[in-house]
Design a protein around this ligand. Structure first.
Ligand SMILES: [Zn+2]
Length: 202
């Protein structure tokens, strides 16, 4: 802290905790996916898995094979292509089926299958803030459940049907919105969520 006091001239001007905190953090790289991953509509465990995926830190089979921790790197959900981070969450037929199904539930077509671009495409489809947050939370929930489905296939040799996975995603998003709905929501926002969650088929 002594370095901070001398280097930042805190003795000459009024010191604030915010100044000290910013100085201790140092210069950080700015990333554009924060509004996707640290969205208040996200369930924290979902956001954490996506954060790991964005940093390519999940132990997918391509990495496990490199460390000789498994005998094959083939995707556990499709069985035809090596399981990498990008394949598992966006390029796999299994993931694409889920993403298309959930996009259709939200009312648009999905054409972007990449961790770097999908969230921008999904966000652009929405004009209303609640709709945007709900949409981004859905996109955070999908990789979490795909990772869980992959783990189920890895440990128990069972592949969950993508229809079951999508139903879980929809139920969790609906539940989260029910928890967050408040008087500050406009009639249109409540009605939009009601239409999405009430009238469309599960
Ligand atoms: Zn696959």
């Amino acid at each position: 802290m002594k370095e901070g006091f001398t280097g930042e001239q805190w003795r000459e001007k009024q010191y604030t905790i915010a100044d000290g905190y910013t100085w201790l953090q140092g210069s950080l790289q700015r990333v554009n996916w924060t509004q996707w991953i640290w969205n208040i509509f996200n369930i924290p465990k979902h956001a954490f898995i996506v954060w790991l995926a964005v940093h390519n830190r999940l132990r997918t089979r391509d990495k496990l094979l490199q460390f000789c921790l498994c005998d094959s790197d083939l995707c556990l959900l499709s069985g035809v292509v090596p399981e990498s981070n990008s394949h598992l969450f966006f390029y796999c037929n299994y993931s694409q089926w889920c993403l298309k199904s959930l996009c259709s539930w939200l009312g648009f077509e999905s054409g972007h299958f990449s961790i770097a671009t999908a969230w921008k495409h999904w966000k652009r489809r929405c004009t209303d803030i609640v709709e945007k947050k709900t949409t981004l939370a859905t996109l955070t929930t999908v990789p979490y459940h795909i990772w869980m489905a992959r783990n189920e296939a890895y440990w128990n040799g069972v592949v969950i049907h993508p229809r079951v996975l999508c139903k879980k995603v929809r139920l969790e998003i609906m539940d989260k919105c029910h928890q967050l709905i408040s008087k500050s929501w406009s009639r249109a926002q409540c009605f939009g969520c009601g239409v999405l969650f009430g009238l469309q088929t599960m």
